[in-house]
Design a protein around this ligand. Structure first.
Ligand code: 13P
Length: 238
């Protein structure tokens, strides 16, 4: 079983979403775990579908006067089971820090929502051979003072920033190196095993190659997630 997470980002309008939900009901998951991360405004439309639902973000505050924000407890009250945290687009455009991410993870865990923590290096980091160092810092900050029990309820997604939406993907050896680096680091520090996904330009054509990478527990799909026929093709190839 692999996780297949569909991150819609800020895409799809209501009419299309309604069609999408109908098509979603026809998807054959082949026993894999499919989770949809639509825009918050559509979460309730997905809650009644047979698939699990996640939010793309959650507030770092518990509740109160934070106009435009959505809290972990509000998400929980809808039946949301997963939430992305620290996606590189949120780090870049909304200046999310590892400290913000740590607060979000804590609130999500309190509300029994599984955080999907996104980590990954920029092209600059990669070119200066700093990938592991950057990921170490992201994990150190995001997981600060969490317990082993907390980590057991968390998923990590390795998404190299330069691979997102670019059509460029690391080699299988590079992905494998980072995935086992993360798994070993977590085991060393928390004595628990963590699931690690890969995300960044995965599609129905390159999945044949990427799936040969050892250690991948699933995929976080962006662009392809908007086209369920492509998602289905990808699932058949897993
Ligand atoms: P793409 O699949 O479009 O590269 O996006 C990946 C991503 O950012 C998923 O969170």
């Amino acid at each position: 079983m692999k996780y297949i997470m569909l991150n819609h980002k800020m895409n799809l309008e209501y009419k299309t979403i309604k069609k999408y939900i109908k098509q979603l009901a026809t998807i054959d998951t082949k026993g894999h775990s499919l989770i949809v991360f639509p825009s918050d405004i559509y979460l309730t439309n997905f809650i009644d579908s047979k698939f699990m639902v996640g939010s793309q973000n959650a507030s770092s505050n518990k509740d109160g006067a934070y106009t435009g924000e959505v809290s972990a407890s509000q998400l929980r009250s809808l039946g949301v089971q997963y939430s992305l945290v620290g996606h590189s687009e949120r780090r870049k455009y909304f200046k999310e820090t590892n400290q913000d991410i740590n607060k979000k993870i804590r609130l999500l865990l309190i509300n029994k929502i599984i955080p999907v923590l996104c980590v990954g290096e920029s092209l600059n980091d990669k070119n200066s051979a700093a990938t592991k160092e950057v990921i170490f810092r992201q994990l150190q900050g995001a997981l600060d003072k969490l317990s082993s029990k907390d980590i057991e309820n968390l998923i990590i997604a390795y998404e190299p920033v330069w691979a997102i939406g670019s059509g460029q993907i690391p080699t299988n050896e590079e992905i494998e190196g980072v995935i086992f680096y993360i798994k070993d680091l977590i085991y060393k520090n928390f004595k628990v095993k963590v699931h690690v996904l890969y995300g960044g330009s995965v599609n129905e054509n390159n999945i044949d190659i990427i799936k040969q990478t050892k250690g991948i527990d699933g995929y976080l799909l962006g662009g392809v997630s908007l086209h369920l026929d492509k998602v289905q093709e990808l699932i058949y190839k897993l």
